[in-house]
Design a protein around this ligand. Structure first.
Ligand SMILES: Nc1ncnc2c1ncn2[C@@H]1O[C@H](COP(=O)(O)OP(=O)(O)OP(=O)(O)O)[C@@H](O)[C@H]1O
Ligand SMILES: [Mg+2]
Length: 333
């Protein structure tokens, strides 16, 4: 058992180091992310899981610098291929977003421009690479075919509102495939879709990873998807990372009492409905920094030390980290 060190890894693509995000508000700020660290290797799928409101989307948006910087206070570092994205001038960030870092969000209508056709938007992504319009059009049709949109030639001239939810999501994926990003951030990419479309979209994401060695930050409430897709999992609670480990370790030998509670609920759920159960009690108020372990009020194993728990990650095995006073080895309780 060792305090974890954040040594660089040769295959590492993304390293989030002590990231914190505070939404400035009146009268109170929301401390949405409270100093989290994790890394994603090339071609790895890292899944962030946790109850609603625990800061998953905020983390994803902070990495891609999509938060309104006038209304948020960011701390820490986000190294992408060795470069700290949070320290980059705004103008340079645009050369990363879209091309090297792709994003798919739960509601593609938020990301697609309602005034432009699907074909124009995919074509625009392709034309960024200096490809001429007629070649871009035929590539666009090819991409729509690749994401299994029927009648691609006709669909290039459809506006987002003329497409079904699943089709819009596939248009977003077509845009991502065209850019071949090194990192894909997928925040609840299939939540609003029916099961058949869901599995097609997950197949497309897998394919992107297989063909382009894309690393994926996958945010989902669905543990079935985590089990199918993820290599490693980060369990978030109230803006903190409670546990990080290989998917097998998280499912089969979870260490943190919070992760254990999440996992206990799973076997009783029918397959296909393995969504994150809400645990008794509620997530703490995030309008002030949380002192001690954020989960202690809901934790059956809490003891005195938890009130002062400083949130460090403890290495418990190969690539298995936990932030819990039970494992601190300092003689208590
Ligand atoms: N734009 C915003 N302004 C102020 N507070 C926000 C904003 N967006 C999110 N929050 C707050 O930040 C906290 C984290 O929210 P976030 O959306 O990151 O959670 P999440 O884990 O993605 O939840 P879900 O699973 O429901 O999508 C919550 O308390 C939320 O209310
Ligand atoms: Mg979210």
């Amino acid at each position: 058992m060792n305090a974890v060190s954040w040594d660089s890894h040769s295959e590492e693509l993304l390293r989030v180091k002590n990231l914190s995000v505070r939404y400035r508000g009146t009268p109170k700020d929301i401390h949405a992310v409270g100093g989290i660290s994790f890394s994603i290797s090339k071609s790895e799928v890292f899944s962030l899981v946790g109850e609603s409101g625990c800061g998953k989307s905020t983390t994803a948006h902070a990495i891609a610098r999509l938060l309104d910087e006038k209304k948020t206070t960011l701390g820490g570092q986000v190294f992408f291929d060795g470069c700290d994205l949070l320290a980059l001038p705004w103008s340079e960030m645009t050369s990363y977003r879209g091309s090297r870092i792709g994003m798919i969000f739960q509601n593609p209508l938020d990301s697609l421009n309602p005034l432009w056709t699907a074909g124009y938007q995919i074509g625009e992504a392709i034309r960024c690479d200096g490809i001429d319009s007629s070649a871009a059009l035929s590539m666009t049709e090819g991409l729509l075919g690749e994401v299994m949109i029927p009648d691609p030639a006709r669909r290039t001239s459809s506006y987002p509102h003329e497409l079904s939810g699943g089709m819009r999501q596939r248009v977003m994926i077509a845009m991502m495939i065209s850019r071949r990003p090194s990192l894909l951030i997928a925040d609840e990419p299939t939540t609003a879709l029916d099961v058949t479309i869901q599995s097609q979209i997950l197949d497309l994401i897998r394919e992107l990873r297989r063909t382009h060695q894309t690393s994926i930050l996958l945010i989902t409430h669905d543990f079935g998807i985590v089990a199918d897709m993820a290599d490693r999992v980060g369990v978030m609670y109230a803006g903190k990372l409670m546990e990080v480990g290989d998917v097998e370790a998280i499912f089969e030998s979870p260490l943190h009492p919070y992760t254990q509670k999440l996992m206990k609920a799973l076997p009783n759920m029918p397959k296909g409905e393995r969504r994150l159960e809400v645990i008794q009690g509620s997530v703490p108020d995030m309008s002030a920094p949380i002192e001690g372990c954020a989960f202690r009020e809901r934790c059956e194993e809490a003891f005195g030390r938890c009130e002062k728990w400083e949130g460090r990650m403890i290495e418990m095995g190969a690539r298995h980290l936990v932030s819990c006073a039970l494992f601190s080895g300092d003689g208590e309780p």
